[in-house]
Design a protein around this ligand. Structure first.
Ligand SMILES: [Zn+2]
Length: 243
């Protein structure tokens, strides 16, 4: 998406703009992200003819109520709107209930004016207010730390405390190191390649998993650890196998 459009979208919505590098899930370009009326929200273009608005809230909602609300907005406004439900997946062990919606606005010919996207966002929030409570400003993993800013985790803006981020980076890096160790003793050419690729994949996960919206340092740290770990196993796999 072009600069001018995103700047105007940011101004119209009052949300901060993030580059695609930081915010990638479902958005093909930049996105504007922030908190509005206590709800975590994001907006951006998700396809050639699609704008997408994300709203996150406390889980445990009546999905059919959301479906009819969005259908009503669609009919009243004459906009072609679609609805998707999302989950935060903060805990891979347990299935999580719905805690977000994405409203997809399909447009024809030209992209909607930023002001119209901002108006739609306001309308959506007005409806969401009746159906779900906003998330508390607490870390969504440990539920104990109060969190002031948003963090991008696995493509979704969340409340995520620094101490939980640190342990996650540590855990992911441990997995990378374990693969590196196995690369040092590859039993075969194929294994070396597989380990190298897996380590690279894990590393890219480390690098892209966490991008802090407010604490720029964390993004830099994650990328730094990630890049270093990426080069090493790939290099090792290549030198070991004599490629
Ligand atoms: Zn935490």
């Amino acid at each position: 998406m072009d600069d001018d459009y995103m700047t105007r979208l940011s101004e119209a919505t009052g949300l901060r703009r993030y580059q695609p590098r930081e915010y990638k899930v479902e958005m093909i370009g930049d996105a504007v992200v922030g908190v509005k009326d206590c709800y975590i929200v994001a907006a951006g273009q998700s396809d050639e003819n699609e704008m997408r608005i994300l709203v996150r809230f406390q889980p445990g909602v009546d999905e059919s109520a959301f479906e009819s609300a969005i259908k009503n907005i669609s009919v009243e406004s004459g906009r072609d709107l679609d609805l998707e439900f999302g989950i935060a997946d903060m805990d891979d062990e347990k299935p999580q209930p719905t805690d977000s919606i994405s409203v997809i606005w399909r447009f024809h010919l030209s992209r909607p004016e930023p002001k119209r996207v901002a108006d739609l966002l306001v309308t959506i929030i007005e409806h969401v207010k009746k159906l779900a409570r906003p998330l508390e400003q607490r870390c969504e993993v440990c539920f104990s730390s109060l969190v002031s800013g948003l963090t991008l985790r696995n493509g979704t803006p969340r409340y995520y405390c620094l101490s939980c981020q640190a342990s996650e980076i540590q855990r992911l890096n441990k997995e990378v190191l374990e693969y590196e160790r196995q690369v040092r003793e590859p039993a075969s050419y194929l294994k070396a390649v597989v380990y190298g690729l897996t380590a690279a994949l894990l590393t890219s996960i480390v690098a892209s998993y966490l991008g802090s919206f407010l604490e720029g340092g964390w993004l830099a740290t994650a990328s730094f650890i990630g890049t270093g770990a990426l080069i090493y196993p790939v290099y090792y796999a290549i030198t070991k196998t004599g490629l």
